[in-house]
Design a binder for this molecule. Structure first.
Ligand SMILES: [Zn+2]
Length: 371
């Protein structure tokens, strides 16, 4: 279609909204494209052509700052928009103040394409593919997507109905998770976290006729982390840390900013556990780490987060410096051996394995490596 043909068609479809401006709706086999142009403002000029509107939509970059889970808005950047998508990206994008930064997540070989993930990298393949198709108009068939789809097929009866069933349950679990968050923000005490978890599990398990929803299949890890935070806020640190560990321990993607956020949130929940008094009933359970071991875990997790933040975002970022300062302050009165030494590393790993076993997480699944 030429520009002139497009203009004619648009004029025919245009619906006038009076003082509000006008809109055009364009049905396509994959859904409706709606262009709404307010009467006043710059939109009149920049968004008047679907090609321009689509170019803006598909090239926008979320303004995410380190440690902030909510985007401040969207931006356009000529260099940033050039990069293609990968579900297994080799760089991450973030804003340090007003500056867009691109940092490598691993070694990039000469000639290797630089790619970042357009969507939430921790989501399951079914949700990633749907979001990419809806927001960016392409179907991702990268290696990670293929592998995850293959895993789904092995877990189910290898037909499209089963995949659709999982997709439906994922939507329902997200709705449940969002409802719990909304309810908790309105009235924290009114949320019965245990019942919500039971409801979520039975809802999810129904997708697998003869089995259970796998612990590592999203959004179950995200749900467990969310419930962990609510439990902690309700003053139930043990339930909180158990749920958070099950969520973080079963997250399948542990790289870059998302893993940094996970570790940060886990430490937040852990701050209530580490201060448990020695006469707390928690210590009657001999499988639960002792007080000194909890402090080793706290210092070890924070040390891990510190190294991760510096590697992901760079030493000069506000976030990495804030984590370093928190880390140094907590170590001010700590006794030897200190994190980073081989002796501490041995103690930390033993305590970590003990904590994971207590929480019902396979200790082999989650390797925290002290650098
Ligand atoms: Zn992919």
């Amino acid at each position: 279609m030429t520009q002139d043909e497009l203009r004619i068609q648009k004029n025919e479809r245009k619906v006038d909204m009076g003082q509000g401006g006008w809109y055009v709706e364009w049905p396509t086999p994959k859904g409706l494209i709606r262009q709404e142009v307010p009467r006043y403002g710059i939109h009149d000029r920049t968004m008047a052509y679907p090609q321009v509107a689509m170019a803006l939509l598909t090239n926008r970059i979320s303004i995410n700052q380190p440690g902030q889970s909510v985007a401040l808005g969207t931006a356009l950047d000529v260099v940033g928009s050039v990069m293609n998508h990968s579900c297994n990206p080799n760089v991450c994008l973030f804003f340090e103040g007003k500056e867009l930064r691109v940092r490598s997540l691993r070694t990039i070989e000469p000639g290797e394409e630089i790619m970042h993930c357009y969507t939430d990298v921790q989501c399951d393949v079914l949700l990633r593919q749907r979001r990419l198709e809806e927001d960016y108009f392409f179907v991702c068939s990268c290696q990670r997507c293929c592998q995850e789809l293959e895993t789904h097929r092995l877990r189910t009866s290898d037909d499209n109905d089963s995949l659709e069933e999982i997709r439906k349950k994922q939507d329902e679990l997200f709705t449940l998770m969002n409802n719990v968050v909304v309810e908790a923000s309105a009235s924290l005490g009114s949320v019965d976290v245990g019942s919500q978890l039971t409801a979520a599990r039975s809802l999810a398990d129904a997708a697998f006729q003869e089995g259970q929803w796998p612990d590592d299949l999203e959004p179950m890890p995200s749900l467990l982390k969310t419930l962990g935070r609510i439990w902690q806020a309700q003053g139930q640190p043990l339930e909180g840390i158990k749920s958070s560990l099950r969520g973080s321990g079963n997250a399948t993607y542990r790289l870059g900013p998302r893993w940094c956020d996970d570790l940060f949130e886990l430490i937040q929940v852990f701050t209530r556990v580490v201060v448990l008094q020695t006469d707390s009933p928690a210590f009657e359970d001999m499988t639960f780490p002792r007080s000194a071991e909890l402090w080793d875990l706290f210092h070890g997790y924070l040390h891990e987060l510190c190294l991760l933040a510096e590697s992901v975002y760079g030493l000069d970022t506000c976030y990495a410096r804030a984590i370093r300062s928190w880390h140094d302050n907590t170590l001010e009165f700590a006794e030897d051996p200190l994190p980073g030494t081989p002796e501490f590393q041995r103690r930390f790993r033993a305590s970590h394995a003990k904590l994971l076993t207590w929480a019902g997480v396979d200790s082999g699944r989650w390797i925290v490596d002290q650098g």
